[in-house]
Design a protein around this ligand. Sequence first.
Ligand code: ADP
Ligand code: ZN
Ligand code: ZN
Length: 620
Amino acid sequence: MRVLRVALDVPLDRLFDYLLPEALEVQAGDRVVVPFGARQRVGIAVTTAGGSELEPSKLKQVARVLADAPRLSHQWLEFMQFVAAYYQRPFGETAVGALPPRLRSLRPLPRRIREAEVPAGSGTRFVSSHTPTEAQARAVEQIGGALGSFRAFLLHGVTGSGKTEVYLRLIARVLEGGAQALVLVPEISLTPQLETRIRDAFPDTHVAVMHSGLEDVARTAAWLAAARGEAGIILGTRLATLAPIPRLALLVVDEEHDTSFKQQEGLRYSGRDAAVARAKLAGCPAVLGSATPSLETWHNCLSGRYGRVDLPERAVPGARLPLVRMIDLRAEPLEQGLTRSAIDGIRERLARGEQSLVFINRRGYAPVLACEACGWAAGCSRCTARLVLHTADRRLRCHHCGAETPVPRFCPTCGNADLRPLGRGTQRVEETLAGLFPSARIVRIDRDSARRRALLSCTLESVRRGEADILVGTQLLAKGHDFPQLTLVCVVNADSALLSTDYRAAERMFATLAQVSGRAGRREEPGEVRVQTRYPGHPLFAALARHDFAGFAASQLAERKAGGFPPFVFEVALRAEANKLDAALAFLRQTKGLVPVPPEVRVYDPVPLVITRRAGLERA
Ligand code: ADP
Ligand code: ZN
Ligand code: ZN
């Protein structure tokens, strides 16, 4: 009797035994079709055995072995095992779930994917228009010297320091050696420039692009190109971390601090942390690049676990880091959300034909629509949240659950017709700027204006060409863009993070402000940043003005250590959702008693989330 143990995408932490017919040839890593319940499923063969704990009569037979995609390697299975264990998820769900949807389904692959055009002998030609700076050359030497074995590096380069050039030169070495490189980015559609730069630098190399926005066919084709080793470079979002890459020799995580590397549902993993684990298994270096690394990574550098390589200056000759100034909101009155200093700064740029960027971390027109007469404010019926006013299409939208309604004409409680928008978002700032500078070309970039990805990259391209004078936007604008003519960044308000109860809020705010500031002055014209705040003396702003990430990190880490927060402790959050908050809280209280807790572990009492109700469910 031959028994095959199969991993299936079901929420049970075990393998399933099937009889293996004599005629079937199968090895670990093969995809197989097996009966499960009333229907058939695709699973992954893990091991064979001479028998089973189940009665032989109860065992069903493996139906067939699929050979339309390469066998999954031992190393990949091992990596999935690590991911499943580390993130507390059944192995089958993790491994089968990591396959692109087409390879999990029973439908045969369409011919055009199976016979995807394989570029004959993918080339390794490397084209660069830059002579590396001294710092870049040193970085390439240091990290390049570690190729062939595992080591995690932080590439800590200020904005505009040319981290990409370092990645490209390392990739060139890897390709020369006939191996593959994986490059992870936070959100590909927001930064199409990196893809272009990679393709330009390696004109003969097959680049497989992977992200969740791809059509089924394109996604499967990219996965297969990676798995077959045809793609020399795999460029993708966090999900690309889980792709099979048989000759993986370098892993790059660009903007490693970005929170979109974290998957928040299903398998909750960090693409960045999983990438480091993967590099370890593959025996290759992992390069984490950022101007504002996560405190976890920084801490790992300080403790010596990760190596650190610095690019302390901007790469373009003559380009310097921008001058950062605080505008004291207690001394300067606001005119529709903007101070005189901010408005004057924009006017000067307009006169000189340079671009300005106005950063506000909130989309929509106004975050609140309220009745002055009775105090009513439009709220979401499914969430503990206010509805955001969007004037472009006259809708109220919930930014938590997506619910939307038309803007009411009268207050639903008192009938008053005078409903006022309170506070401001990108649309309102755009309107204000249009009033102040009627002849300026103003472009707004946020999640609403960027609904269509293709349109966004067109817009960004036109901004690069200088076809805009003022940009208004959210952090979408902070991410890695290179706008040559941008010399002024105005931050409308950055104070919310200083008052937040989330211990990571300051870290995220510093990163966002440093990134958005980094858009200014990337060429010869010096850049300037003006931050409107009520706390101009706050240490976060002082560090920002000095471009002193190390100083900021040191003070944050000291606070975390004193308060007993990560990275000095590990935190696990147990969350429950229910129709009624009491049920969620009661469930959590019960679970507390289920597992013996060792003395060094501290368990906190359950509390409601700040936004307690979301999409109709109460959360604790
Ligand atoms: P980062 O990702 O570190 O913010 P980029 O990789 O986008 O920086 O590089 C910033 C700018 O510097 C780009 O316009 C790039 O073309 C340019 N650049 C990079 N390396 C060099 C170099 N060695 N010499 C001149 N310009 C360079
Ligand atoms: Zn009212
Ligand atoms: Zn809602």
